[in-house]
Design a protein around this ligand. Sequence first.
Ligand SMILES: Cc1cc2nc3c(=O)[nH]c(=O)nc-3n(C[C@H](O)[C@H](O)[C@H](O)COP(=O)(O)O)c2cc1C
Length: 189
Amino acid sequence: MDVFEAIRWRRSVRNFSPQKIEHEKLLQILEAARIAPSSSNQQAWHFVVIDDPGIIEQIPKQVAMGTKAIIPWLKDAPVIIAGCYTKAMTHHIAKLFGHENHLVDISIAMTHIVLAATALNIGTCFVGWFNESKLKRLLNIPRKYKIAVLLALGYPADKSTDEGIGGIAPRSRKSLKEIVSYNKFGENF
Ligand SMILES: Cc1cc2nc3c(=O)[nH]c(=O)nc-3n(C[C@H](O)[C@H](O)[C@H](O)COP(=O)(O)O)c2cc1C
């Protein structure tokens, strides 16, 4: 599968089969994060791979924001990766000029993970609805790190089709015309 196919085929998969993710495939996926670009090549990230069902079960119970029912499906994910970042000196300097490079870095690495997983027929879904301080405690994450996002991974429970991984239809997207300008914002699509 080439990168364009993976991009087109990816969906948020929230319905997982109990099939475990093979260790080699997990390593392949993590390697995709390891070699991702980062500002000044700082690699100021850490990926906590959660595969202990006891901990996975705790996540929707303890960390869902607001109602506990927001992410019940998360407990069936065989693996959850917590994408964590800290700020290197260059991130602090960039911030003086208004740049949030630390967030860009972790987002790129997590996207590498998603596309690598998709190419291996492994479904993913980002989860941003969590209480960060509770989750940090649950996962023993050191003070200087923050959790940018969680990513659930697993083989889809439903059969994949040409349309999408897990047989999921694409969600609508804005047109290019709505989101692209040439040279100056709002001009000349
Ligand atoms: C940063 C981020 C946070 C998200 N948080 C959640 C979440 O907490 N729960 C959830 O079910 N989906 C979550 N999603 C998935 C989005 O709802 C989904 O990507 C979007 O609806 C588009 O659907 P698609 O991924 O199938 O194309 C999140 C996605 C991103 C990028």
